[in-house]
Design a protein around this ligand. Sequence first.
Ligand code: HEC
Ligand code: HEC
Length: 210
Amino acid sequence: MAGLGWSSGPALAGAPETASASVPGAAQIARGHALAERSCAACHGIGGNAVGPQFPKLAGQGASYLERELDHFRSAHAGAQPLRRSPIMNPIAQGLSAQDRADLAAYYASQTLRPALAGNAAELPLGASIWRGGIRNREVPACAACHGADGHGIPPLYPSLAGQWQGYLLSQLRAFRDGTRDDKGPMRDIASRMSESQIRAVADFAAGLH
Ligand code: HEC
Ligand code: HEC
């Protein structure tokens, strides 16, 4: 599935040298690998398995999603702030060319995620019920509708959350809620209707999916 995202991407079509037409993206993945080791591994880990919850795992994430996020870290919103604000990632993404972004996304999508574990057993029933059924009296839809029953997402639109750090998922739900992350999509609205304890429980549940 991940292959569909990058092999059909416009950046690949425009790439000057593709090593082999029979293995689409192999050269691109190799370029992404080299760049990732140089510029990203310190925080996102070897092969995109970041070692701590302040840094998201990128391994196995959909390539289109990764490219889109790198773009959101760059693109100005109403001429001022990027859609997604991060003092760390904003300058890094600014320094990447469109080709770099496509190569890095292809590389990380080709890697295998090492899942996290759900942390707090007491919160899991609430997290599971929000994941599968949403929160009716707040009009929050089931997360599974877009992120998949198993949390692996639905490329190219919906990212995988399964096995991601609970702490990172929590920080992103808070960022959607307070507007420092704007997806121009459903997440701001969804997160703004959830309480802190609901956010915490569902982040914990998603981290334990694999
Ligand atoms: C100094 C540490 C650091 C480095 C180096 C770094 N990142 Fe990040 N990255 C972060 C942090 C922190 C976040 C979470 C930002 C947020 O809260 O939105 C992040 C988020 C991301 C995301 C969003 C993931 C998601 O699930 O939405 C992508 C994609 C990403 N980084 C790619 C890269 C790439 C590619 C490189 C190398 C060119 C890189 N990063 C280098 C710290 C780093
Ligand atoms: C209608 C579809 C839809 C539903 C329902 C939905 N999401 Fe999302 N979610 C998205 C999209 C689209 C994105 C990508 C946003 C972007 O590009 O910044 C996303 C992104 C996220 C992210 C950020 C992932 C990352 O790697 O940074 C988290 C966390 C998340 N969703 C959690 C949830 C939770 C928890 C629920 C259930 C309460 C939920 N979502 C329900 C569509 C949905």
